[in-house]
Design a protein around this ligand. Structure first.
Ligand code: TRP
Length: 352
């Protein structure tokens, strides 16, 4: 069997280091592993419009930002097809047929959708497009016959729903679609990177993100202002490393090499954590080390981003080429779907 990856992001803002450790870094590794026959990375503008329908300019501007973030992290258009969702109108048609295979109550039970409805105050005025976005996400995945979907933890309910729709389709109309599986980061700290303020999640509206495009000074300022253990008042106090975002970030980013370079008094993070927990290690020292690590990881990303940002039309050329290719692939799947559903009435006449 071929191994195919599809994944993507909504273009509602620049990508931050939570996106990076949660999914982006893994995508680049998978891309470079040579284990996959095809890799599709989608900028989900149509999905972004389901809750930003009043702000199309914002979505449009963020397509460029997200594309720059991808290229900066090492997504290589020669090895991965990067495309814009709305260009592939076949996805909308697939969504329409899949909608028959899911009930309203099942959609309303989707935990991610449920949380987002609350968060966006959609309880009394829920756009239908928003409620059905898990179905459109099933179309995104199946159109490319993806078996592997590298995502963050919050996307697991989408994958579960996609698998249900695939099974239901194949059961009714015969084996046509591929059942996908999610690939999550192995490192627990990468599953959901907290905000710099200690809140559970990085979010633009909370202003607690470190962006891939942040300058060296911004990164330093944000790290130095990070929330740590509020009970760790004196350096000699025993500290908590578990709910402490500085240590969670170190878990996600630092390697033993970083210790050799910047803090050779510890062999690894376990030793450093043990010192903090028993007391005697100050927050300032932790933050300085974290800053050194983040600067080292983010500097090359920022430099590549600035390089690509010099030629925005070239970035859109990449997206256009990817979108044309993606559309061809999705059209083939749609044709199989129509055949399976016995609605390919004119296929003979059109020589398909
Ligand atoms: N829901 C994803 C996000 O919010 C974006 C997305 C749309 C996606 N379709 C997808 C991710 C299909 C994986 C597979 O970032």
């Amino acid at each position: 069997m071929k191994h195919i990856i599809l994944t993507g992001d909504r273009p509602t803002g620049k990508l931050h280091i939570g996106h990076y450790v949660g999914s982006l870094r893994r995508r680049v590794e998978l891309q470079n592993s040579g284990d996959y026959d095809k890799i599709y990375i989608m900028i989900a503008d149509a999905q972004a419009l389901t809750d930003n329908f009043g702000e199309p300019e914002k979505v449009r501007a963020n397509i460029t930002e997200v594309a720059l973030d991808y290229l900066a992290c090492g997504i290589d258009p020669a090895r991965a097809t990067v495309f814009v969702q709305s260009y592939v109108s076949e996805l909308t048609e697939l969504t329409f047929y899949y909608m028959n295979l899911v009930t309203l109550s099942r959609l309303e039970r989707n935990p991610t959708v449920k949380a987002e409805i609350r968060q966006k105050n959609f309880e009394l005025s829920l756009p239908m497009g928003f409620l059905t976005y898990p179905v459109s996400q099933t179309a995104d995945i199946t159109a490319f016959r993806a078996d592997t979907v590298p995502v963050g933890e919050d996307q697991l309910p989408m994958l579960e729903q996609a698998r249900e729709i695939v099974r239901s389709f194949n059961g009714l109309y015969g084996e046509t679609l591929t059942e996908p599986k999610a690939v999550l980061p192995e490192n627990k700290s990468c599953l959901r990177l907290p905000g710099t303020d200690g809140m559970a999640k990085m979010s633009k509206s909370l202003g607690n993100c470190i962006y891939l495009s942040d300058s060296a000074d911004e990164i330093k300022r944000k790290v130095m202002g990070m929330y740590t253990d509020p009970n760790h008042l004196k350096v000699s106090d025993p500290g908590n490393t578990k709910d402490n975002p500085t240590f969670i970030y170190l878990d996600a980013f630092c390697t033993d090499e970083h210790f050799k370079r910047y803090l050779p008094e510890y062999a690894d993070l376990d030793e450093m954590k043990a010192h903090y927990e028993r007391g005697g290690l100050g927050d300032m020292k932790v933050k300085k080390f974290l800053n050194a690590v983040l600067q080292e990881v983010l500097e090359p990303i920022r430099a590549r981003r600035e390089e690509f940002a010099k030629d925005i039309p070239a970035v859109w050329d990449i997206l256009y080429k990817g979108s044309v290719e993606a559309r061809k692939v999705a059209a083939e799947t749609l044709s199989d779907v129509r055949k399976a559903m016995k609605i390919d009435y004119f296929a003979d006449r059109e020589g398909r």
